[in-house]
Design a protein around this ligand. Structure first.
Ligand code: ADP
Ligand code: MG
Length: 573
């Protein structure tokens, strides 16, 4: 009889291990940036294609890898960062587990190009599914470039679990911004599908970096905190009650410059703000906690997202006291003596930011901008003549006043949004009930968002029952969406909600739901449409006189008047 318990063959064992580190493209982005930071880079560029699903390329100008070490770096538990067991308790780098590169390599097609400063040439290693295909000598700049193609190409099931491009990009962006916030002395660039999304130039001022990452509006509402007690140093910023959020997404906690989710620190924050914020509201807090490496265990989580303090109570108290000072009448903030070189946190004596000019809660920003757009009434009269579709994305129409270009996705989104809104307001939204409710598992943040807006979801036809921690049964969905898309749409809605909170946009949940629903159902860009489809789209668009933007605020159409054309061609008549 064959044995029941068997040791898994290496490829399966590898995939299981890889799953711990590499959940999604964003995890790869995080690990590769961390490696570049550990290599002492002063410039790190992240290039993504399709949110990293197709291609992730991270290059740095750091120390590089010795030619003989390059293939070794792809082996499990191969690291240059620790050597002895004791080193595990004295970690000063972001990495140390020696797992990232082999894990990523085992589920992708990976190429490393690297050169150390003292060498004249660099090396290139190509691997596929973790198997090294070639090692060669090449010319390349000093530093390291890691390119990851087709993540999970050999694990189709895993690929299916990934969310929309937008959601994956959002997650990758989060890692990018969190890391860059803690390393202001490094220039970071993020390019997505050829577009430069972020360029954060190196600076020796943490304020400059915070402003670049989180925006100058926010900075106005931040006040500095800093406290040193024994071996524990706490420094950073907390928002004044003039700027609050509806969720804890504005907490940026770093332990020895490593971004960490730490319940205890979250508690200290909420405790410190207890009397300053209403329930359900959260401040923005950016906090660096510095403790001696031996007093914190960072090896508790495969992606190193959590840490464990040797003396949690002391850390809690120090963080609490530092933050409480924010709310004391006379600012009694104690000046600590942070090692500036190490943390990059300047400690000048002046208060960092001006007091807030005007309170800016979570004001509701109107979705439709009031700006003059083409006169739809006019156009309808003359009847737009659709000349065709350009670039798979724009409809080119001739109208009385000139040429009109319509963004097909934006236009369709607006149409659906209005229709859904009407159906919702008149209570005529049809619902489909599931015979066997599918389950949806959410992240902690998503679950938090959902649990606080179950009613609104219900009002739009999503009946969701909590059945476990972060697990919901989907009992019904609006009939506008296909049943098989139920999970996907719910994720997209939660993304939309979290994005809006992040951008300080309107927090009206129903609106976020309607926007996400219409975005999901709308025809995408880059999709050929037939003549009848285009006709229908333009006809359905015309009843909305004022709607010159899509629900996300992008313009729907663009009018090039005959006058303008005439001028372009320098025609006199
Ligand atoms: P870890 O970071 O935990 O050591 P990784 O698998 O991420 O493990 O990387 C393995 C080793 O490869 C690192 O210890 C380091 O020596 C080398 N390495 C990886 N990325 C880079 C880089 N961008 N620059 C220089 N060396 C690197
Ligand atoms: Mg690493």
């Amino acid at each position: 009889m064959p044995r029941k318990i068997q040791v898994l063959p290496e490829p399966i064992a590898q995939s299981i291990a890889a799953g711990e580190v590499v959940e999604r493209p964003a995890s790869v982005v995080k690990e590769l940036i961390e490696n570049a930071i550990d290599a002492g880079a002063s410039e790190i560029v992240v290039e993504l294609e399709t949110a990293g699903l197709q291609r992730i390329r991270v290059y740095d100008n750091g120390a590089g890898i010795d030619p003989e070490d390059v293939p070794v770096a792809l082996q499990r538990y191969a690291t240059s960062k620790i050597k002895r067991l004791e080193d595990l308790f004295n970690i000063r780098t972001l990495g140390f587990r020696g797992e990232a590169l082999p894990s990523i390599a085992s589920v992708s097609q990976l190429t490393i190009k690297t050169r150390v400063p003292q060498a004249l040439t660099g090396s290139r290693v190509v691997s596929e599914g973790g198997e090294i295909k070639s090692v060669s000598e090449i010319g390349c700049p000093i530093g390291t470039e890691v390119e990851v193609r087709n993540l999970f190409y050999n694990l189709p099931v895993k690929r299916k679990f990934l969310k929309s491009t937008r959601s994956e990009l959002h997650q990758a962006l989060n890692h990018f911004l969190r890391l860059s916030l803690s390393y202001p002395s490094i220039t970071f660039k993020l390019i997505h599908d050829g577009r430069l999304l972020h360029e954060l130039l190196k600076t020796d001022s943490v304020d400059v970096r915070i402003e670049a990452v989180l925006g100058s509006d926010l900075v106005q509402h931040l006040q500095r905190v800093s406290l040193e007690e024994g071996e524990i140093r706490v420094s950073g910023y907390g928002s004044l009650p003039s700027l609050l959020k509806g969720n804890a997404e504005g907490f940026y906690i770093y332990v020895n410059r490593r971004y960490a989710r730490d319940r205890m620190i979250y508690k200290a924050i909420m405790e410190a703000y207890r009397h300053a914020v209403p329930t359900g509201k959260y401040p923005w807090v950016i906090l660096w906690i510095e403790v001696p490496p031996y007093s914190v265990d960072v090896n508790v989580h495969p992606t190193k997202a959590e840490v464990r303090f040797r003396d949690p109570e002391r850390v809690f108290q120090t963080a609490l006291r530092a933050l409480r000072a924010l709310h004391e009448p006379e600012s009694m903030i104690q000046e600590g003596h942070l090692d500036e070189g190490k943390t990059g946190i300047p400690l000048s004596q002046r208060p960092f930011f001006q007091p807030p000019s005007a309170p800016r809660g979570e004001a509701v920003v109107p979705m439709v901008r009031d700006r003059p757009g083409p006169e739809w009434e006019e156009m309808r009269k003359s009847g737009p003549r659709i000349l065709g579709q350009a670039h798979g994305t724009y409809l080119v129409c001739e109208v009385e006043q000139g040429l009109m270009l319509v963004d097909q996705h934006a236009a369709h989104e607006r149409i659906l949004y209005e229709e859904y809104r009407k159906a919702y307001e008149t209570g005529s939204l049809a619902v489909v009930k599931f015979l066997i409710p599918p389950l949806i598992e959410l992240s902690a943040e998503e679950s938090f968002l959902l649990s606080s807006s179950l009613e609104e979801f219900q009002a739009l036809g999503f009946e969701l029952d909590p059945v476990g921690e972060r697990l919901y049964a989907i009992r019904s969905v609006p009939s506008l969406i296909e049943e098989k898309d139920a999970q996907q749409v719910i994720w997209e809605i939660l993304d939309e909600m979290s994005l809006r909170k992040r951008e300080g946009k309107g927090t009206e949940t129903v609106d976020a739901l309607l926007v996400a629903l219409s975005c999901h159902a709308a025809v995408k860009g880059n999709l050929r449409m037939r003549q009848e489809e285009m006709d229908e789209l333009v006809t359905r668009l015309s009843p909305f006189p004022q709607s010159t933007t899509c629900p996300h605020g992008r313009p729907l159409c663009f009018l090039l008047t005959w006058e303008e054309l005439k001028r372009e061609f320098r025609r006199s008549r």
